[in-house]
Design a protein around this ligand. Structure first.
Ligand code: NAP
Length: 273
């Protein structure tokens, strides 16, 4: 067990699936008491059982992150049950691909409420306990918080807000000893992306080609980063964003380096001596 997490309490929103489940399991393996939050009780229970079957300690609180009174009650319940709250991972999100000109105001609001308001609700009601334990927040964002992404105006707008929230809290709550950082994952198979992305044509191969390290991510890539970022080994890191994406966000700008390189190399062979 990692001494950083023995006896500590970690809350993971969206912990019933995907990256949230992997992060919950990783903190569980490191000795933390883990609370997973989400709307579907059966998914949360699967995560709890997997952590318990590995010898860890976990419990579930079914709640919608948009529901402020419910989230306040969940955070109070976590502190009543474990006596503390040391790490908050704001991971819950909703997303679907839709051209901006077809997106309804309600569709926009729904995603922004889950991602941005939900992150605020959880953070706001975890504050007192985080202050008491000089705790740590990690918000899960996405590269399109910087770049934008066609078809994701709702999610990109919300993630840009979460990024601004992360930096604001790092500056504002540092005096309480609270750290706030973000992780920006690259493309990874999960329930969410399987439903929204990978089902489309040849997209997986095309996406893989944009990753300089040449593969899609695994949920565990993000989980290991979160465990490290919340540990004392990262004690002077706050307000940062860690890209866990095989360098995808640097893949080329206006130039697809790998394709261009192949062309340049082929041209060089044809060059007369
Ligand atoms: P996912 O499998 O769809 O997970 C999203 C989780 O959020 C689900 O467990 C869902 O559970 C929960 N959730 C959704 N709405 C909620 C609400 N209103 N209240 C409480 N919980 C709610 O997707 P994922 O890929 O693991 O995504 C995890 C995070 O990584 C997200 O923030 C996403 O934007 C980010 N990300 C993922 C990728 C990727 O390639 N996978 C890339 C970049 C960023 P319920 O439906 O049961 O509530």
């Amino acid at each position: 067990m990692n001494p950083h997490y023995a006896g500590k309490t970690v809350v993971v929103t969206g912990g019933g699936t995907g990256l949230g489940r992997a992060m919950a399991q990783a903190f569980g393996l490191e000795g933390a008491h883990v609370c997973v939050i989400g709307r579907r009780r059966e998914k949360l229970d699967e995560t709890v059982e997997s952590i318990q079957s590995s010898g860890g300690s976990a419990f579930a609180s079914a709640a919608d992150v948009r529901d402020a009174p419910a989230i306040q009650a969940v955070m109070s319940g976590v502190v009543e049950r474990t006596g503390r709250l040391d790490v908050l991972i704001n991971n819950a999100a909703g997303n679907f691909v839709c051209p901006s000109e077809e997106l309804s105001p309600n569709g926009f609001k729904s995603v922004v409420d889950i991602v941005l308001l939900g992150t605020f609700n959880c953070t706001r009601f975890a504050f007192e306990a985080l202050r008491a334990g000089k705790g740590s927040i990690v918000n899960i964002v996405a590269a399109y918080a910087w770049s934008g992404e066609p078809g994701a105006v709702h999610s990109a707008s919300a993630k840009a807000g979460v990024l601004a929230m992360t930096r604001t809290l790092a500056a504002e709550w540092g005096r309480f000893g609270i750290r706030a950082n973000a992780i920006s994952p690259g493309p990874i198979h999960t329930e969410g992306t399987d439903a929204n992305l990978w089902s489309v044509g040849n997209v997986e191969e095309e996406v893989r080609e944009t990753v300089p390290l040449g593969r899609l991510g695994q949920p565990e890539d993000v989980a290991r980063a979160a465990v490290w970022l919340c540990s004392d080994e990262a004690a002077w890191i706050s307000g940062a964003t860690l890209a866990v994406d095989g360098a995808q966000w640097l893949h080329g700008g206006t130039l697809d380096f790998r394709r261009a390189y192949d062309s340049i190399a082929a041209a060089a062979v044809r060059e007369p001596g």
